[in-house]
Design a protein around this ligand. Sequence first.
Ligand SMILES: [Zn+2]
Length: 53
Amino acid sequence: MPATPSACRHCGIDQHEHLQRWSTAAGWHRWTPPTQEQIKQRMTNRRTRTAHT
Ligand SMILES: [Zn+2]
């Protein structure tokens, strides 16, 4: 599932459904704002997906 642009930096889960999650990369963590680069990348991915439908 593609992450939304504002999803967690570590695991890609949306802020409102994040609470506390474990990911192999980050371990236990709270929702962390993604970097500008991640937001840009995710928006690009989304646009690419939409173009195919
Ligand atoms: Zn996370």
